[in-house]
Design a protein around this ligand. Structure first.
Ligand SMILES: Nc1ncnc2c1ncn2[C@@H]1O[C@H](COP(=O)(O)OP(=O)(O)O)[C@@H](O)[C@H]1O
Ligand SMILES: Nc1ccn([C@@H]2O[C@H](COP(=O)(O)OP(=O)(O)O)[C@@H](O)[C@H]2O)c(=O)n1
Length: 233
């Protein structure tokens, strides 16, 4: 049973990875970025047929999350790594030419199910964890201690992504409005207990981090015991 499990959902460039990295470093958690698996599969499909990959995805694709073993450690004990049949493809999954494959994978319920199974293996193996994605509160971490949903205006998300990838010409800087999946996911996260929506448009990353820690403390705190009338007399 993990000591801490935190999910972070939200649309593109809302600040999910930034917050997850801060929390994993501060609390000594593993950090699983589920988007990397979607990207890896988009890349793997340029090399192998869907049939061979679909057969047993977890045997073919190894997603190693970033791991901070000690709270406050400067450097992770393990960095994100994605391996396709043992080959490190972590640096190959970002090219904008993979965007069409990425869309097909994300839209296919069969692929989503296979990826979910792979992520379930990872979360079971790593225990204390912060997981980032577009559906992870609902699908992957049903017992999370804190479910965060990040938002930011479209203009701000576009500007963040443009600035982030300014010197990386191969990367796609396309940022669209929240998708139908994002809208449904936001409503689903809101309806769950221990959920916290953080609108980040006007918040620096440090304030988002502080709000998340505050939420974690609030939901982890023991409930105050109500004094009945008999005890007050
Ligand atoms: N609250 C914030 N204010 C300003 N910039 C931010 C904030 N959160 C993240 N960023 C920056 O925006 C970019 C996208 O953030 P990222 O965490 O990669 O988003 P996501 O994982 O949701 O796609 C990064 O360059 C990051 O440094
Ligand atoms: N849990 C997830 C994670 C990613 N994805 C898809 O995978 C793509 C790449 O993930 P990413 O983490 O790089 O996406 P951003 O949220 O950073 O744009 C996303 O744009 C989604 O289409 C998904 O559908 N569900």
């Amino acid at each position: 049973m993990p000591r801490v499990a935190i999910s972070i959902d939200g649309p593109t460039a809302s600040g999910k990875s930034t917050l997850a990295q801060g929390l994993s470093q501060a609390l000594g958690l593993a950090f699983l970025d589920t988007g990397l698996t979607y990207r890896s599969l988009a890349y793997a499909l340029t090399r192998e047929s869907a049939e061979t990959l679909r057969d047993d995805l977890a045997a073919v694709l190894d997603h190693r999350p970033e791991v901070y073993r000690a709270p406050g450690a400067d450097e992770p004990a393990q960095r994100h790594g994605i391996f396709l049949r043992g080959e490190d493809i972590t640096g190959k999954i970002w090219d904008a030419s993979l965007d069409d494959n990425l869309k097909s994978v994300a839209r296919d319920p069969g692929w989503r199910q296979a990826i979910l199974r792979l992520h379930q293996d990872v979360t079971e193996r790593y225990g204390d964890i912060v997981v980032v994605g577009r559906d992870v509160a609902v699908t992957l971490l049903p017992d999370a201690d804190l479910r965060i949903y990040l938002t930011a205006s479209l203009a701000v998300r576009r500007e963040r992504r443009r600035a982030q990838y300014r010197d990386m010409r191969d990367r796609s800087v396309t940022v669209g409005p929240a998708t139908e999946r994002d809208v449904e996911n936001r409503a689903a996260v809101r309806a769950l207990p221990k959920s916290l929506e953080i609108p980040t448009t006007y918040l620096p990353a440090s304030a988002v981090f502080a709000a998340a820690l505050h939420g974690l403390r609030k939901f982890s705190a023991p409930r105050p015991v109500r004094q009945g009338k008999a005890n007050n007399s």
